[in-house]
Design a protein around this ligand. Structure first.
Ligand code: 5GP
Ligand code: MN
Length: 324
């Protein structure tokens, strides 16, 4: 893995490029959108032509960010440079880069990153990918405008669930303070990203919570396609219900199983310190961090649920216990 310092090669490549393509993962979260927008808007203000692409578009809960309307769903044209942000493997990007050579730069903070680009700026110690983006902007000498600061702060707020995760370091808080100094509105961005929810999202939570179960210090729920239709919820994500599940007392690992339109099941894990759910997610073709991981698995909801709970139980019963 490359050191925390941004490689000189990445800086040179960016400075020499006119047309830059930025992409991030499907079902994007705040760190994905924040990294894409923070980097994209700063590069644009620095005189580059930038296209920002997310195959699934921007979720409703992040559309207040300035510049989010500039993010398209498809790649159009040719580019001098391709940068992928917040993706541990290329499969996470979806089909957006199909038929194109390997990306030039990969900026990410997932421990499971596969280093798929020519230059890999990967730092698993970073609390969010926006920390790495912010370092890069500093080293290139690009200005952090108010919209850039708002995008970057949103990535920090969401990936640390409001500065609550154990990977928050003094540097994370110093960066947040700097972004507030640049004009980012902490309380408003916090409210938008973590507190305010659509009526439809709440209805979906209710349907999922009605099937809440627990055993072996695990708690889990599921969301079906029929729940989505009943709640009129437009996204194919869990509307952040997993963050609610992870607050259940006397629980080491919480999980959510979300039926997808393609018939697969999206699984999210959240673990208390001392447990590593990235390992089990990787077994199922996914990835993430020790404390938060995900995978998309083929099979029926009941099959996937049974298999995943069985494997996850192993972590809890000593098989893969990690000392904190
Ligand atoms: P979530 O469960 O909220 O989607 O994601 C939790 C963490 O796991 C995030 O860091 C996310 O990037 C990662 N993650 C989620 N789904 C996948 C997946 O299908 N593949 C990989 N490699 N990582 C995932
Ligand atoms: Mn992400």
């Amino acid at each position: 893995m490359q050191s925390k310092l941004i490689s000189q090669k990445a800086i040179e490549k960016i400075q020499q490029s006119e047309k830059i393509l930025l992409v991030t993962h499907t079902r994007p979260d705040g760190d994905a959108v924040g990294s894409l927008l923070g980097l994209g808007l700063a590069l644009e203000e620095g005189g580059h032509q930038v296209q920002m692409v997310i195959e699934d578009g921007v979720p409703h809960s992040l559309r207040h960010l300035a510049g989010s309307d500039r993010i398209s769903r498809k790649v159009e044209g040719e580019f001098d440079l391709v940068i992928v942000v917040d993706c541990s493997d290329l499969g996470r990007v979806g089909k957006a880069l199909n038929g194109r050579p390997a990306p030039d730069i990969n900026m990410d903070h997932h421990i499971t990153n596969e280093e798929f680009a020519e230059i890999n700026l990967v730092d698993p110690e970073a609390a969010a990918t926006v920390e790495i983006v912010s370092r890069l902007l500093d080293e290139i000498g690009l200005e952090v405008s108010k919209p850039v600061a708002a995008a970057l702060l949103t990535g920090l707020i969401t990936d640390t669930i409001g500065f609550r995760t154990p990977n928050v370091k003094p540097g994370t808080l110093c960066l947040a303070a700097r972004l507030v100094e640049k004009g980012a509105d902490l309380s408003e961005l916090y409210r938008r990203a973590l507190v305010s929810r659509s009526f439809e999202a709440m209805k979906l939570w209710g349907l999922g919570l009605s099937r809440l179960e627990q055993a072996h210090r695990m708690v889990w729920a599921s969301l079906t396609m029929s729940d989505r239709r009943a709640a009129h919820y437009p996204g194919r994500d869990d509307a952040d219900l997993i963050n609610v599940l992870s607050s259940v007392e006397d629980t080491d690992v919480s999980l959510i199983f979300v039926e997808q339109p393609n018939g697969n099941i999206k699984v999210s894990w959240r673990a208390q310190p001392g447990f590593d759910v990235a390992e089990v997610a990787k077994e199922f073709g996914g990835g993430g961090h020790a404390a938060a991981a995900g995978a998309e698995i083929s099979g029926s909801l009941s099959e996937v649920q049974m298999l995943v709970l069985e494997r996850t139980k192993l972590i809890l019963t000593g098989g893969h216990y990690v000392q904190s």
